[in-house]
Design a protein around this ligand. Structure first.
Ligand code: ADP
Ligand code: MG
Length: 696
């Protein structure tokens, strides 16, 4: 396909345009993590510039991922003045390798006061540079890491790259123990499935809540929701199909392997999944996917909503983060093979992951926490807030054998009995699926299903890489010392399977029984972002991150602060938006309607005393009494926000927003939605759920 990767400075382009020696040197850096030779950077910069200019680019930017959760760019043009008032197009090795955006306005959680504005971006040559199209212009984007003058990470990429190093190092120790001498690196791989909503732009433009907060803060339920389940995998409407086609083209140009797409469970909800890749590139690509979704939707007069819970009462959006480990020679370490019970390297990896998820469930939980996701996790639509693992029949059986100490069989899937002779007979997977599990083994990878739809997938993958690296390091410490490897391994696996069976669960994660059972098992059930955050500053967490050089104490503390601050700010914006909508839109509409009713009653009575106006009177009474409650709840919310500003300690303030402000918002919404059901549709100032969800 001609368009695929046409805007990417990928391996094929590099091979064609770089001198052989420079190309080889760069590949070594990419594949083996060796330091980059500065003279090679100079050559690469030149080739990159020529390529970009030939394609029509005039500017370049270091493209980075500050802790705002989105990507940032600062564009510079290639032009450089020469003699006689002319310019040349230049791009030096230094400009490629290093940039210095003013860092003072990005969140740093106290690492850097605004007067110490220096921050650096550094080229990440493991993720290919690309050309981004914006309004007909092309800009050369160079993926970079972003750090402070003192070297602390101010972004999401830096810890991700560090965690990949850590995982590779520890996994390599294990592979050596299994006699592998050919593998040079172990790479974590990710395929993130992205869910999103689309809404017609004309409705979006009339919803201040969607514009400012990404979710509807008012809105009565539509008569129809997702109960018929007729949207899931339903055939695509023409408009959506056209959008998806354009989206695919955009993504393919950027080298993103967009593969599957379908309608999701909720009306107006969709999903896109790319083919998996190296975690670092998959993370960059997911940012590009989110960016492209928004841009392409606008071209089709729609807006893409990436918020985790744009609408109450129907499912929200998440990301399924499919994760595995692969060797540099292409072997998937989570591939069970025909007889997993004989594949001890595979079983060791599975045991390590099970132990890691059990030991560090709270870290995984916080990695998926954001205010939007608080509406989903534990709300019987997304996975529960309790972390557990679904292994499926085959592996569960092997796990039980491991606990017993003798392992001699692998269960296999039976032939699928469709009852129709003309349908092909095929073997079922050895495992069914469990949609309620937050962490499920799906054949040759794990699927972490808690991840929030709007967040960068870097955070969750940092945690996955880190915790698995830690357990592999514990395993390797023990096995490397053992006089009899086989015996020591048997013992280790038996011990791990026994000690961590509590994390395995294949039942209904939405049930109340599971909540109780999980409590009995001692599994944490953390329902809010605010509490999930606390684990970040625990000494054991800091030790873990520092041991593997993924984040330092200062970096963790800054992330803790940023998370709390972002939580508080987000709820504050939502509350202020609600107040604004309540005062300037809903209240006036209710007043207009009640006046209309009152006038009607008076007019009819004036016309004739004999006509029964009790229906209007009753409705008027209902509208007015709801309005009284609405006004009272509005007052409470305003007072609560005032109060919130007097709390200075970040955690306490966030708790207040969660417990008090958020509760007041719910009460106000209740009355607002009640008014919507009573008031004349022509007077109602907001597009309804039915319009937003079904008029696409
Ligand atoms: P499903 O969730 O229905 O199983 P797929 O089989 O298409 O769907 O897989 C979902 C995602 O998992 C895709 O993005 C796919 O590329 C990704 N995936 C498959 N194998 C791996 C792997 N070894 N590592 C990481 N992701 C993978
Ligand atoms: Mg999936």
């Amino acid at each position: 396909m001609k368009i695929f990767g046409q805007n990417v400075f990928n391996d094929a382009v590099m091979r064609e345009r770089l001198p052989k020696a420079a190309y080889k040197s760069l590949r070594k850096t990419i594949e083996q993590g060796l330091p980059l030779d500065p003279s090679v950077a100079e050559i690469v910069a030149n080739a990159m510039k020529d390529w970009a200019i030939e394609k029509g680019a005039t500017h370049f930017t270091h493209w980075f991922q500050p802790l705002t959760g989105i990507t940032a760019e600062k564009h510079d043009s290639f032009i450089s003045p020469t003699a006689h008032g002319l310019v040349a197009m230049e791009f030096s090795g230094k400009e490629l390798i290093q940039g210095e955006p003013d860092a003072s306005s990005f969140p740093s959680g106290g690492i850097r006061a605004t007067f110490e504005a220096r921050g650096y971006t550094a080229w990440d040559c493991t993720s290919p540079a690309f050309l981004k199209e914006d309004g007909g212009t092309l800009t050369l984007c160079i993926p970079t890491a972003f750090c402070s003058y003192t070297g602390e990470a101010l972004d999401r990429k830096t810890p991700l790259l560090r965690s990949m190093e850590a995982l590779s190092k520890q996994a390599m120790r294990m592979l050596k123990l299994f006699g592998n001498t050919s593998t040079k690196r172990v790479i974590s791989t990710v395929g993130p499935e992205q869910e999103y909503f689309l809404i017609d732009k004309k409705f979006f433009d009339q919803r201040m809540d969607l514009m400012l907060t990404g979710r509807t803060l008012f809105g009565a339920m539509a008569p129809k929701g997702q109960e018929l389940e007729d949207h899931y995998f339903g055939s695509l409407k023409t408009r959506i199909a056209a959008f998806m086609h354009d989206l695919n083209v955009e993504l393919w140009k950027l080298g993103v392997l967009a593969k599957t797409q379908h309608n999701e469970v909720a009306p107006a909800q969709f999903e896109l999944a790319p083919i998996f890749g190296t975690t670092n590139i998959a993370t960059d690509h997911n940012q590009l996917v989110m960016d492209s979704l928004k841009k392409v939707a606008l071209k089709h007069d729609m807006v893409c909503l990436l918020h985790e819970k744009p609408y109450a009462g129907i499912n929200g959006s998440g990301k399924h983060n499919n994760w595995s480990m692969s060797t540099s020679d292409g072997q998937n370490l989570l591939e069970p093979g025909q007889n997993p019970h004989e594949n001890f390297q595979f079983l060791t990896m599975i045991c390590a992951i099970v132990k890691a998820v059990d030991d560090y469930a709270e870290l995984l939980r916080v990695s998926a926490a954001n205010p939007g996701n608080d509406h989903r996790l534990g709300a019987n639509e997304a996975p529960p807030a309790i972390i557990s693992i679904f292994l499926g029949d085959q592996l569960t059986d092997i796990f039980e054998q491991l606990q017993n100490g003798t392992i001699n069989r692998s269960l296999h899937g039976e032939n699928l009995a469709s009852g129709v002779k003309t349908l092909p007979a095929f073997q079922k997977d050895s495992t069914d699926r469990n949609r309620t599990s937050p962490f499920a083994f799906t054949g040759n990878k794990f699927e972490f299903r808690m991840v929030a739809s709007s967040q960068s997938i870097a955070g969750p993958n940092v945690v996955l890489n880190l915790i698995v690296a830690e357990v592999l390091s514990q395993f390797a410490d023990r096995l490397e010392k053992a006089p009899d490897f086989d015996k020591a391994l048997q013992e280790l696996l038996k011990e791990t399977a026994t000690n961590h069976k509590r994390i395995l669960f294949d039942g209904n994660g939405y049930s109340e029984e599971w909540v109780q059972e999980a409590t009995k098992r001692g599994l944490p059930n953390i329902t809010s972002t605010v509490d999930a955050n606390l684990v970040l500053t625990r000494e054991s967490t800091i030790d873990l991150y520092e041991k593997h050089k993924v984040l330092s104490r200062t970096e963790l503390e800054s992330r803790y602060e940023i998370n709390l601050e972002q939580y508080t700010k987000q709820i504050n914006i939502e509350a202020l938006t609600m107040i604004n909508m309540a005062k300037n839109m809903i209240f006036p509409a209710a007043v207009k309607y009640s006046t209309l009713l009152a006038n009607s009653i008076n007019a009819i009575k004036y016309a004739s005393d004999a006509i029964d106006v009790s229906a209007q009177q009753e409705l008027l009474k209902e509208v007015c009494s709801t309005l009284v409650s609405f006004k009272a709840n509005l007052g409470i919310l305003e007072k609560d926000i005032q109060e919130a500003t007097t709390i200075t300690e970040a955690y306490q303030q966030a708790v207040y927003y969660r417990d008090v402000v958020f509760t007041a918002m719910q009460a106000l919404r209740g009355d607002g939605d009640q008014l919507e059901t009573m008031i004349d549709a022509e007077l109602w100032p907001l597009p309804t759920y039915a319009q937003m969800l079904f008029m696409l």
